[in-house]
Write a new protein. Structure first.
Length: 391
């Protein structure tokens, strides 16, 4: 990590750029939410984040704000400037045209249309380029975009709201409300930070949620996705009622009746995806690959214990955000995660603790998945990040 005064300045302004980009998470898919800060004579002259829907790009917006003052400035960007022209000119070319003298890049773009080419274009025009400034933080911030490009699936965050003893409902299915109002408000903010919210048919039957990020003034709510192998989600559910206004997507198998698919598509305006089936219903890996092809980068799973277990067993969870309340439900309650079939503790994948805090009397804890090489409990890695807790 840079230790000079200039190096600390790079860290300072890149943190600002990362913070800007994180504000629009969930609003820019299929593009990443990039932050850009233009600095001249140690003062910010313009800053921007990727626009809603993925356009305009952050660099273009910041340069437009700065105008002629961009000449001789340093641009801090959380992802390599794009090198290809599509609906708008390439950001690398815009930076050159605006007279920016130096570009500080957090992480290289994995998209083959860019990957290193944006940096090469800048250097060929004699623009100084520094790379790798806060790269790990940028990779986490752009995790969904990287996952879609490199893994052919969106990144998955699993949200669990549990009693102190890890239950999500009583034996009778009662779950409202285990956590308090402030924790629930934080959960609504999590929804707003993702492109889509994922549940199973069982959650629709038991809770009939509308899955909206309420109380946050969000104009474009996340896509609602239901995993329902036979496509028997009730037409009287809130999701069906709201589907014309707020998009609903359903992942099913060949077992779904064609009449039901037609009703969802024509009467409710929903999208349906026919996925491979397996013994548990929908093949989640195939479903996520299809969702990635639609452009989704970040999905929040708020499903029940069975869906959580299916995702965990396939190692499809990238982050877990848990909320524990100070109430016990007992062994007869519904566990947060269903049967995984593990025979030994080290059969499962481990997660690193990144953040923990009290929220209105409940405890929130955030974990990220470790690479398999690090996953053994015999080699535990636990780090507590006392920062702002953004992913």
């Amino acid at each position: 990590m840079p230790q000079s005064a200039e190096g600390y300045d790079h860290l300072r302004w890149m943190r600002v750029a990362l913070s800007l980009g994180q504000r629009h998470l969930g609003q820019t898919w299929p593009n990443p939410s990039v932050g850009c800060v233009l600095v001249k004579n140690k003062r910010v002259i313009a800053r921007a984040a990727t626009g809603q829907g993925g356009r305009p790009h952050a660099e273009a917006m910041a340069l437009n704000k700065a105008g002629q003052h961009a000449q001789g400035s340093t641009a801090y960007v959380t992802l390599e400037p794009c090198a290809h022209e599509s609906e708008t000119p390439a950001c690398a070319q815009l930076l050159i045209k605006s007279g920016v003298k130096r570009v500080v890049v957090a992480v290289e773009d994995p998209d083959e249309r860019v990957s290193g080419q944006g940096i090469d274009i800048l250097r060929s025009a004699n623009v100084e380029v520094l790379t790798g400034i806060m790269e790990d933080e940028a990779r986490r911030s752009h995790r969904g975009f990287f996952s879609r490009i490199e893994k052919n699936r969106p990144s998955i965050t699993l949200k669990l709201a549990m009693s102190f003893d890890g239950k999500i409902a009583t034996q009778m299915g009662h779950s409202q409300w285990i956590t308090g109002p402030l924790a629930r408000r934080y959960a609504h903010w999590l929804r707003a930070q993702h492109d889509a919210v994922l549940v199973g048919r069982g959650t629709i039957i038991s809770d009939d949620p509308n899955l909206a990020p309420r109380g946050l003034g969000i104009d474009t709510p996340p896509i609602r996705i239901v995993v329902d192998s036979r496509l028997t989600t009730p037409h009287s559910s809130q999701l069906a009622t709201l589907a014309r206004r707020d998009p609903v997507w359903l992942c099913h198998t060949e077992d779904a009746h064609e009449d039901s698919r037609q009703v969802w598509q024509k009467q409710f305006g929903a999208k349906t995806f026919c996925c491979r089936g397996n013994k548990n219903g929908v093949d989640l890996e195939d479903a996520l690959a299809q969702l990635a092809q639609q452009g989704l980068t970040r999905i929040l799973c708020e499903g029940g214990s069975a869906l959580a277990a299916s995702l965990i067993s396939k190692q499809l969870i990238d982050e877990i955000v848990g909320f524990n309340a100070g109430v016990n439900i007992g062994a007869e309650g519904l566990p947060a995660v269903g049967d995984l079939g593990y025979k030994a503790v080290n059969d499962g994948r481990c997660f690193r603790l990144m953040d923990t805090r009290e929220i209105g009397g409940d405890i929130m804890h955030r974990w990220i998945a470790l690479p398999n090489l690090e996953s053994s409990p015999s080699n535990p890695i636990v780090e507590i990040n006392k920062g702002n807790g953004h992913s």
